[in-house]
Design a protein around this ligand. Sequence first.
Ligand SMILES: [Cu+2]
Length: 264
Amino acid sequence: MNLVGFVATLALVFAGAAFAGSRIDAHPGKTKPEPAMAGEMAMAPQPVRGLAVSDHGLTLELARRTARPGERFPLALTIVDRRGATVRDFDVEHTKRLHLIVVRRDMTGFQHLHPTQAADGTWSVPATLRDPGSYRVFADFSVGGKPYTLADDLTVDGTVRSHELPAPAQSVAVDGLRVSRSEDLDFTVTREGRPVALADYLGAKGHLVALREGDLAFLHVHPDEDRLRFDAHFPTAGRYRLFLQFKTTDGRLHTAAFTEEVTR
Ligand SMILES: [Cu+2]
């Protein structure tokens, strides 16, 4: 490599670090990246998760990796350590010890499940995957204070009809409700124009999962304590699908999905 090439590579690495370290407030269609401060530059960029079946010594093992469309089946898995021993002790995160997110590769068919653990350490939950296609299964948990998001694919045989990601929108309709968002991921829920009261869900006003288009990288998005507001740090430009879940006071759980376009 010649010097010019070396300098260009360094500049690229530096630009990458600066970008990853900067705070991005994403809006549909535009962003306003704040200048990266010296302190933020020193911070390790927020790692994306959910791209690997194995990480830091733990591995996700699905009991089966195929299903028939519409068939109810036990979606079962174990988390094993380096020696192949089943992990049994999990920390409680968002009121649960293991969160399972299932979504088709085109980001349709989103499900958020909470499996139960058998005495032998196996996690299982009844699941139904309606449409054929390749599904991503994310196991989100924490062991010994360290968070993990491991993922594997599960295939449902049949003719696949893929869907394009919907365009970004300021509000979406779900279950007779209207969910509106602000530029900084502050959400409001209304019914016929009037605010709707929300019950707590998983120890907060709501739960948000963000997945990146293309590789379905999984982002942890942290909720505000008493509002339907979230603090997201998108690692790269691109399109993301946001899955917002909240509970109304009648006990029903609702899922509203938004497309987020993060630009440089
Ligand atoms: Cu969960």
